[in-house]
Write a new protein. Structure first.
Length: 316
């Protein structure tokens, strides 16, 4: 065994906020928490086995070929020509399934980062990305990269194109913080995608292009006001907001409390606000959660800067 290879590894991969309001399927950023953890160890018996999953309430498949974590690992091993290796995988989910925070992406990225590191990092993080996209296709029927790219690469990512896959890492201004709230309501990703219009008016498309360009410019110049006024969606949010109880009231609370912008995380039901300080993000999180509690809706709240690290090895 090579000195740079390992016998076992423990990895954390972060949740992500996809779309960033105006960038449907092309923009996303990673946050510090929540996230998923994978334990992986080498064994003598060849094959990949998923030996334990916690935190999923029994919802995820246990068969290696059907679970995004182990299936992605199998594809990776086929690519590097090491199908005779023996691996046991434990997946510990610390983030809710169907939250709009990239739950499947975090699991897939944790598994791929773990196996790549375990075997001495034969591939770069960008070279791992296509395997992560395949994992997303298995999880939700659509191989998009706006969750897996920031989860794997960290920071803010732009998916410039899919054929071939072309991902650009964008700068994250240091004062940018996110208030993230996950209301405990069910908005399945597949259902949310099916509601999206397949044809849009040219004037709406022009508005959206201008907002995406403005957001990218704002990130490069750390122009927080430009970031805020660019993060508006005329194509997707008006439809998806219908599925999220109290969406417009949550947005009112956030904007009146000094948020730069407010929108849906991924397909929802999670929502997020950008602010220029952690304290303001924390205050907005508390206010939104208090409002949801008054309406009888439980929720999880998170406060984070933009996570520029992506997955990381945990030293036990």
């Amino acid at each position: 065994m090579s000195p740079i290879e390992k016998d076992s590894i423990h990895v954390f991969a972060p949740a992500t906020v996809a779309n960033m309001v105006c960038g449907f399927d092309v923009l996303g950023f990673a946050i510090d928490e929540p996230g998923d953890e994978v334990y992986m160890r080498r064994v003598d018996q060849p094959g990949v086995r998923l030996v334990n999953i916690t935190g999923d309430e029994g919802r995820l498949p246990r068969e290696a070929e059907r679970n995004t974590v182990s299936a992605s690992v199998l594809t990776f091993l086929q690519h590097i020509g090491q199908t005779d290796i023996g691996l046991e995988i434990e997946l510990h989910k610390h983030m809710p399934i169907g939250s709009g925070l990239g739950s499947s992406a975090a699991s897939t990225v944790a598994g791929l980062f773990a196996v790549n590191t375990l075997l001495g990092s034969p591939l770069s993080r960008k070279e791992l990305l296509p395997f992560a996209v395949q994992g997303e296709a298995l999880a939700c029927g659509h191989g998009h990269a706006d969750n897996v790219a920031p989860a794997l690469l960290g920071g803010v990512t732009l998916i410039r194109g899919y054929d071939p896959l072309d991902v650009v890492t964008l700068p994250a201004p240091p004062e940018l913080h996110a208030s993230v709230v996950f209301p405990h309501v069910d908005v399945p990703t597949r259902d949310a995608r099916q509601m999206i219009r397949t044809k849009v008016a040219l004037k709406d498309a022009v508005t959206q292009w201008g907002n995406i360009a403005g957001l990218v410019a704002g990130l490069f110049t750390a122009d927080y006001e430009l970031i805020g006024r660019s993060m508006h969606d005329v194509l997707i949010e008006p439809t998806r907001a219908i599925l999220i109880p109290e969406f417009y009231e949550m947005r009112r609370i956030a904007m009146e409390s000094g948020a730069l912008t407010f929108g849906i995380s991924g397909s929802g039901p999670s929502v997020f606000a950008f602010t220029q300080s952690r304290d303001k993000a924390a205050a907005i999180t508390n206010l939104i959660q208090a409002h949801l509690t008054e309406r009888g809706i439980e929720s999880n709240g998170y406060v984070s800067g933009v996570n520029t690290d992506g997955p990381k090895e945990i030293n036990n």
